[in-house]
Design a protein around this ligand. Structure first.
Ligand code: 3HC
Length: 282
């Protein structure tokens, strides 16, 4: 099927990045946020990224103009009515996502495909609660969305072959490199990344080294762009804690159990870069 109009639900860090790449790829893109100030913050993040990109010589002024032209923001859910494909990037909560998809089900056309950007929730569960379980898939982007090349395409048990092919081709059309991941907690990347991050915290608690030295070790010794603590702060400690809990609940393996220090840092409000303090201060 042909996709012309893309709806994005949520204009936070991930939603705004997703809306940006869809608009940049030439899709008419409508991004919806619940309240005007959140929408404006997300739209400004997009404008700033494009502005900086032009300054750095990474984005042409023409591409900047076209992206912004293809993009519109709204607080009215009804404006997503004409979308051929909708990507949901709201809070990681099954009830909230279910409610949002139910509201969309009532207004969009029958061919519209639903995708969720969830990093941890069960795609089959989300799909089964809609009126279109065959036209539902996971489409998991990575932060920062405009820069990271990878997208995971996740098939629910109910996803039709046609939907899977359409979503996979759509991801390619965004200039991304899609991989096919199973509908199991963590999919492919977080399944490997989260235990590594949790192990870094556990190792630190056991006196392996300083935060700075562990980061330096992995960055310079393995060529990773960021050490595990910098990455934890970047992803968000609350997000990591949330994903780890879901993975532990399903797999019941110690590798996915959040270490005590992570829980305490979240309780203390040290979420990482976004809160001004995590393993580092910002
Ligand atoms: N417009 C266009 N391009 C831009 C840009 C802009 N405004 N800003 C930066 N770029 C480009 C740069 O030009 C550069 O491109 P180049 O490599 O071709 O020169 C590239 O983006 C990197 O930008 P910078 O050089 O400014 O920044 P860094 O080199 O410090 O890289 C980073 C920043 C990309 C965030 C890097 O540190 C990184 O890759 N970190 C790891 C990120 C990661 O692991 N993300 C995944 C998290 S897990 C996740 O998201 C899953 C979830 O479920 C938890």
């Amino acid at each position: 099927m042909t996709i012309k109009t893309v709806g994005v639900l949520g204009c936070g860090l991930m939603g705004s990045g997703i809306a940006q790449v869809c608009a940049a790829a030439g899709y008419r893109t409508i991004v919806r946020e619940v309240e005007e100030p959140f929408l404006e913050k997300g739209m400004e993040r997009i404008r700033k990224f494009l502005r900086d990109g032009v300054e750095k010589g990474k984005v042409t002024a023409e591409a900047e103009g076209k992206t912004l032209q293809n993009l519109s923001g709204t607080t009215a859910l009804a404006e997503l009515e004409s979308s051929d494909l909708i990507i949901e990037a709201i809070i990681e909560n099954v009830e909230e996502k279910t409610k949002a998809f139910a509201a969309l089900d009532a207004i969009v056309r029958s061919h519209t495909i639903f995708c969720s950007n969830t990093s941890s929730l069960c795609i089959t569960e989300l799909a089964s609660k809609t009126k279109r379980p065959d036209r539902f898939a996971g489409l998991h982007f990575f932060n920062p969305v405009p820069i990271m090349k990878l997208v995971e395409v996740i098939r629910a048990l109910t996803t039709s072959d046609e939907t899977y092919q359409t979503v996979f081709s759509f991801a390619q059309s965004l200039g991304k490199e899609p991989i096919t991941a199973p509908d199991k907690p963590g999919f492919i990347v977080n399944r490997l990344l989260v235990p590594y991050l949790l192990d870094a915290i556990r190792s630190y608690e056991h006196g392996l080294g300083t935060i700075e030295d562990i980061d330096k070790g992995m960055k310079l010794g393995c060529g990773y762009p960021m050490g595990p603590f910098t990455l934890l702060d970047f992803v968000g400690l609350d997000t990591t804690y949330y994903i780890a809990n879901i993975m532990f609940e399903e797999y019941r393996e110690p590798a996915y159990a959040p270490p005590p220090l992570l829980k305490r840092m979240v309780l203390a409000g040290r979420m990482g870069k976004k809160s001004g303090q995590g393993f580092y201060k910002y």
